[in-house]
Design a protein around this ligand. Sequence first.
Ligand SMILES: [Zn+2]
Length: 86
Amino acid sequence: MPTRSCVVCRKRDNKCNLLRIVSDDDKVIIDKHQKINKRAIYFCKDKYCIEKAVNMIKKGKFKLKIGINLKSLEVLLNEVRNELGE
Ligand SMILES: [Zn+2]
């Protein structure tokens, strides 16, 4: 099973345990089935990492090696955070 690391905490895990997000044109989308052939970033399915990423984006401190629409990413991560609940 391939492993990837979370872009926030850098912890490695099996790909399938992580949230895969890909850049699709100027939007970002969650790749639920992990099959979209585009460059991706991964997050732990963990409120801590999701919230930390949102805060870093807000402060302009979220740096990625791939071009991604950060505004769109922020919106998406906020939705994920709400789904994860309190
Ligand atoms: Zn993480």
